[in-house]
Ligand binder design. Structure first.
Ligand SMILES: [Zn+2]
Length: 78
C-alpha cells in the first residue's frame, strides 16, 4: 500500500475537489453561453390580453399569441 501522511492526503483531497469544482464551473459557463445564444431577451414576448409568454421569431416586431391569437408588438429596448 502507498504510504501517505495526513498532510499530503488532505492536500490531495483538497486538490481533487478544487479540480472537480473548476471543471463543473467551466461546464456551466459554456452551457450558459450556448443558452444565451439561443434565447435572447428581445425574442421573449408577453401577450397583453392573456399574459402568456412566448418566443418570437428572429427579426420580427409583430406576432400573434399562440393562446388567444391576439396581435403582440415587441418594442425593442435600447
Ligand atoms: Zn394571448
Amino acid at each position: 500500500m502507498i504510504g501517505i501522511d495526513f498532510y499530503w492526503g488532505f492536500v490531495l483531497y483538497l486538490g481533487v475537489w478544487l479540480v472537480t469544482i473548476f471543471i463543473l464551473w467551466i461546464r456551466e459557463l459554456r452551457r450558459l453561453r450556448l443558452y444565451d445564444l439561443k434565447v435572447g431577451k428581445n425574442e421573449l414576448c408577453k401577450c397583453n390580453s392573456c399574459h402568456y409568454n412566448f418566443l418570437m421569431n428572429n427579426n420580427s416586431n409583430i406576432s400573434r399569441c399562440p393562446r388567444c391569437n391576439a396581435m403582440c408588438i415587441l418594442r425593442k429596448r435600447r
